[in-house]
Design a protein around this ligand. Structure first.
Ligand code: GDP
Length: 136
């Protein structure tokens, strides 16, 4: 079993599809180990996305992630990191496969509905950023 970190991003919460996304997560066989609704500050979003600090989209990305509430999740499954990345689809919803979260619920590369860790090291950092060990 492996754990990964997921976010139902502010656009999805605002659009009222957080429940549908969660149902698909559970339907795909993930165990929801941790879940919380939060509203990130700009500084918290900047800390979370620090690897993208030098990228031109960093300002817009962190404005968006701090624009409203989101749902942070710890998900568990066999090969959870890849399994959740596959279910999310490509970063740009226009390039995502039908049936994926980003195709079905994302509007653009900036408003793409979900986040998922891309490697074990990032999953460890991201889970630790939002959850205390005792919560999981
Ligand atoms: P992810 O792991 O698929 O979410 O992609 P990344 O970690 O590379 O990027 C984080 C987030 O930044 C993505 O989900 C997008 O919302 C945004 N992003 C990534 N690349 C671009 C880009 O080239 N342009 C813009 N505007 N946003 C981007």
């Amino acid at each position: 079993m492996q754990r990964t970190f997921a976010i139902i991003k502010p656009d999805a919460v605002k659009n009222g599809v957080a429940g549908q996304i969660l149902a698909r997560i559970e339907g795909a066989g993930f165990r929801v180990v941790g879940m919380r609704m939060i509203h990130m500050s700009k500084a918290e979003a900047e800390g979370f996305y620090h690897v993208h600090k030098a990228r031109p989209f960093f300002g817009g990305l962190t404005d968006f992630m701090s624009s409203g509430p989101c749902v942070v999740l710890c998900l568990e499954a066999a090969d959870a990191i890849k399994k959740w990345r596959d279910l999310m689809g490509a970063t740009d919803p226009a390039k995502a496969e039908p049936g994926t979260m980003r195709k079905d619920f994302g509007a653009s590369i900036d408003n793409n509905a979900t986040h998922g860790s891309d490697a074990p090291e990032t999953a460890a950092f991201e889970l630790g950023y939002f959850f205390r060990g005792m919560e999981l």
